[in-house]
Design a protein around this ligand. Structure first.
Ligand code: NAP
Length: 274
């Protein structure tokens, strides 16, 4: 069984972003809105700060209250601020928040993780310059880095979230795979696993998918990341030597995701300048 690694792809993306930023007179600026009461996102935001500043991208985080009004006002201010290139909202926003409504205020020209319906609409209709949600794009980059054939292959995406499952299913379809999407109401998932050439796991449940039940030559891309009480980090897939390849957790999709975020900032920078 081969382990699929994201490090090399991530380094290439970051190097490219750094070279691009170095040549710019006006540097890109990335702003993250983080809820004051959400301590779980602090580490993630600090990692993004480190990543962005190491590439020459300006970084700002804004602490938010549990207030729809404040979120919307801030988003609209950032939409109109020409010095701001990209905006991300850490989720969940806050208990009881109407996330769709709040995110709908974010301009697709600043929506770095393609969270809004306007951004996802561009992906849905296959616009040439669409921006994909970072994790979905990272999955596709890992597949491409290993030259995994998708044309005519039977691919199963487990998970149908707006941020990972659905967008990646569309992107796989664009690559001429025959795509099936499974979710929490799918019957006999374990039994179905053996029918697919490629399986993309984005379920958010540790070890939910047992790789030993997949085809012998199956390739599995695991987007999951779970921090267990014993200190170990695992994915949505329980690995098995039986299959052809599985992406490493940690060190696979997640490693590329943080680089894609930086790449998306540059895409927005150029989009905003026509
Ligand atoms: P999510 O919003 O919680 O969605 C989970 C999806 O999995 C839902 O569509 C759900 O189905 C489905 N599901 C749940 N239990 C299932 C089951 N027993 N059988 C089949 N399907 C099931 O999660 P997400 O935000 O898409 O994230 C998915 C995974 O990606 C998580 O492990 C997360 O940690 C990871 N992630 C990784 C990165 C990265 O950079 N690597 C970034 C973001 C997320 P229903 O729709 O029916 O509820």
């Amino acid at each position: 069984m081969e382990l699929l690694l994201g490090k090399e792809t991530a380094l290439k993306i970051k190097e490219q972003v750094k070279n691009e930023v170095d040549k710019l007179e006006v540097k890109p600026k990335y702003v993250v809105l983080i809820n004051k009461n959400d301590s779980s996102s602090i580490g993630y935001v600090n990692m993004q700060r480190k990543n962005a500043t190491s590439l020459g991208i300006e970084f700002e985080s804004i602490e938010m209250d549990d207030s729809e009004e404040q979120y919307i006002e801030t988003i609209e201010r950032l939409n109109n601020d020409k010095s701001v290139t990209a905006v991300m909202l850490t989720r969940p926003l806050f208990k009881g928040a109407d996330e769709k409504k709040i995110i709908s205020h974010l301009s697709s020209l600043k929506d770095v993780d393609a969270m809004s319906s306007a951004s996802l609409g561009e992906l849905f209709v296959g616009s040439s310059d669409y921006l994909a949600p970072c994790t979905a794009e990272a999955i596709m980059k890992l597949i491409k880095a290993y030259n995994i054939e998708l044309k005519g292959k039977d691919v199963l995406v487990v998970g149908r979230s707006i941020s990972v499952g659905r967008p990646v299913a569309l992107m796989l379809l664009e690559e001429n795979a025959t795509v099936t999407i499974a979710h929490s109401r799918t019957s006999d998932l374990n039994d179905k696993l053996k029918n697919y050439d490629v399986i993309v796991a984005a379920v958010g449940k540790a070890h939910l998918i047992d790789a030993s039940l997949c085809k012998e030559d199956a390739i599995i891309i695991d987007a999951g990341i779970h921090y267990l009480e014993d200190g170990s980090i695992v994915g949505d897939v329980k690995p098995s030597d039986k299959v052809k390849a599985i992406s490493k957790v940690p060190g696979g999709v997640g490693t590329i995701t943080s680089a894609v975020l930086m790449e998306n900032i540059m895409k927005l920078y150029h989009k905003q300048r026509g």
